[in-house]
Design a protein around this ligand. Sequence first.
Ligand code: UGA
Length: 325
Amino acid sequence: MASYLVTGCAGFIGWKVAEFLLAEGHTVVGVDNLNDAYDVRLKRWRLTRLQDQPNFTFHWLDITDRSALERSTFNVQRFDAVINLAARAGVRPSVENPWVYYETNVMGTLNLLELCRELGIAKFVQASSSSVYGQGNPMPYREDQNTDHPPSPYAASKKAAETLCSTYHSLHGLDITVLRYFTVYGPAGRPDMSPFRFVQWISEGRPVTIYGDGTQSRDFTYVDDIARGTLAALRPLGFEVINLGSDRPIGLMDAIRVIEKLVGRRALVEYQPRHPADVKDTWAEIGKAEWMLGWRPEVAFEEGMARVVEWYRENRAWAREVETG
Ligand code: UGA
């Protein structure tokens, strides 16, 4: 059995990855700073589920705090890999406060790469984003397309982190897999993202805010598929950038139709101007993931959203109060 350091373990993807690793019998050391980028109750809910498990240890720690990382006990533990899922992750808020995105997503990643170098940890998995493809690449997006024009500070910070990973691979020989995740959704998902918001708003009869005309589409990908793909990426690969997406883009209004049906209520749609940092459409070419990781998505959008709605119903007493803007 192996031992893994998972950063952002109270975050949406970090929690699920840690859960999958523990289910396979591995040891997980989780790190999170439990920041208030969104309602901390969600983070605590996820963390509680991990803390129930014997092979899990939690460190309340910020990856941007280099001296805290140095003071930690990580140097007396042996890790087979570091999986960096700690991040500032919203596209639109990154325009308001780009500094915090660079701090966490770039400096935080740099600190962890240094940790790997110093402690001789051979494998690093870095979370990146479909948003690095920006506008203008032909779809579906392939890993070798141009990502030189990220459309938001968030996307730019993820691109910068990817670039640092490439440097640490060529300079220090770290084995690094960069995963470009495509709009990940699922139970206990992020409340700043459309799936959580739409389920809450439709369930509570609140107006559903749509930025733009609703003709945008996303390659929504279920969180269990993403966690499975992340575990598959722990194998030695040298340096690779790999898309993890569902390869089945859904229009935003179609997503709302699916949720309306599952909730049993009509959405009261209110249109707001399109956000300038938003990309219009996303769609992953996933041949590389299939070929290198033996990975394919398994959960269709209708099935995944049914699980989100079920989770919302079970947790409605508090989930209805989660701040969604
Ligand atoms: C999401 C995540 O927030 C990022 O962390 C991730 O890196 C990115 O996906 C990705 O695929 O790489 P985003 O595409 O903005 O970013 O995801 P949503 O917040 O779910 O938004 C999807 C679309 O719905 C956007 O066009 C957005 O403008 C729209 N939207 C979102 C609304 O119309 N109303 C809302 O209340 C929220």
